[in-house]
Design a protein around this ligand. Structure first.
Ligand SMILES: C[S@@+](CC[C@H](N)C(=O)[O-])C[C@H]1O[C@@H](n2cnc3c(N)ncnc32)[C@H](O)[C@@H]1O
Length: 327
């Protein structure tokens, strides 16, 4: 999955996927200016707590559309940095005037507001299968004699996979397949180093471990998207289709706490956006709220309950709307 998405020449993200176009992945929240308005409000509340020298770090900036919307809604000029491993997408972000970096190591610790829209679901996962009696094997990718990929069970590549299931209090049934993202820990640790102090907000689809690893998802949640259509074959059009898996919110929160953050959420997107005052959004020219756009983002039947918000913050800093669970 890591190579299929991020190989420097042939990976899906290497060559700037045309997010939102008919032959690209689906549009995300990022295309809606009202969404950028709401994030800008969260940044403003964070600035009240941490001061005007607050840095904004956007994770996985996609085409840079969301970053542009946010900056257009901010009253104060902030250092706004986008971290993205995709050279093609970084080029698009730079074209929009954003500062794009490929490695977080170049950032020094400081007051920071971090957010990522649909980034955790793009981190590569391992696939494992329950064998009964607590035994778990990993599903490796191999090539058959005809040069076709297939899945081959074998012993776990890392003990961390079994540890994760234990920490999640999950026991897989015989034949049950599940995805486990081991990149969560190094990713959150790298954020902990630069967020000093500050907030980290993730907007993503996923579930708590007891649901994610239940009978309902007995084949796991790994799926692919090709030309705006869901595909059930991860080996189809490798490097040209997007691969994604639901985020394990239980693990993300557990790891964030271990790393040192205080944790809130998950909060459904619709509630979070309303709490931030999205209903006050007046449009780019102040023409009045675009009700359809706000409905799509907030209604439970639309994106309002498709996505959830995880809020992580360093200890001892104050809260505000969007930076704490809504009361
Ligand atoms: C599904 S796209 C979402 C893009 C954008 N946030 C949006 O909402 O349209 C996932 C993004 O995460 C980026 N990404 C993947 N792994 C990352 C990592 N470890 N750190 C930062 N960004 C990452 C990808 O390159 C891509 O820009």
């Amino acid at each position: 999955m890591s190579a299929a998405l991020y190989d420097e020449t042939m990976g899906f993200y290497a060559n700037a996927p045309k997010i939102g176009s008919p032959d690209g992945p689906f549009d995300t929240n990022a295309k809606f200016p009202a969404f950028g308005y709401a994030i800008a409000k969260a940044i403003t509340y964070a600035e009240k707590a941490l001061g005007s020298h607050l840095r904004v770090l956007e994770l996985g900036g996609g085409t840079g559309q969301l970053g542009s919307h946010i900056i257009s809604c901010l009253e104060n000029v902030h250092e706004y940095v986008v971290l993205d491993p995709s050279p093609g997408l970084r080029a698009k972000q730079t074209q929009r005037g954003l500062q794009a970096i490929s490695n977080i190591d170049c950032l020094s610790p400081g007051p920071t507001f971090v957010f990522g829209n649909e980034v955790l679901d793009a981190l590569p996962v391992h696939r494992v299968m329950g064998m009964g009696h607590d035994e778990v094997l990993e599903l490796y990718v191999d090539l058959d004699e005809d040069g076709e990929f297939y899945e081959q069970p074998n012993s776990l590549s890392s003990l961390e996979l079994a540890e994760r299931l234990r920490d999640d209090r999950v026991q897989l049934g015989r034949g049950q397949v599940a995805e486990i993202c081991l990149e969560l820990k190094p990713f959150l640790k790298s954020l902990w180093r630069v967020v000093d102090p500050g907030y980290v907000i993730f907007i993503d689809y996923g579930d708590c471990a007891s649901n994610l690893y239940s009978y309902r998802h007995r084949n796991g949640s790994l799926r692919s998207y090709y030309h705006q259509q869901q595909v059930y074959d991860p080996f189809f059009a490798v490097g040209h289709q997007d691969l994604t898996a639901d985020v394990d919110f239980t693990a993300a929160c557990f790891i964030a706490e271990k790393v040192g953050f205080e944790v809130a959420g998950p909060v459904p997107q619709g509630i979070w956006l309303r709490n931030l005052g999205i209903l006050d959004y007046k449009g780019p020219m102040g023409e009045g709220p675009d009700q359809e756009e706000i409905d799509v983002l907030t209604r439970p039947a639309c994106l309002g309950s498709t996505f959830d918000i995880l809020i992580f913050k360093t200890k001892g800093i104050s809260d505000g709307p969007g930076l704490q669970p809504p009361s």
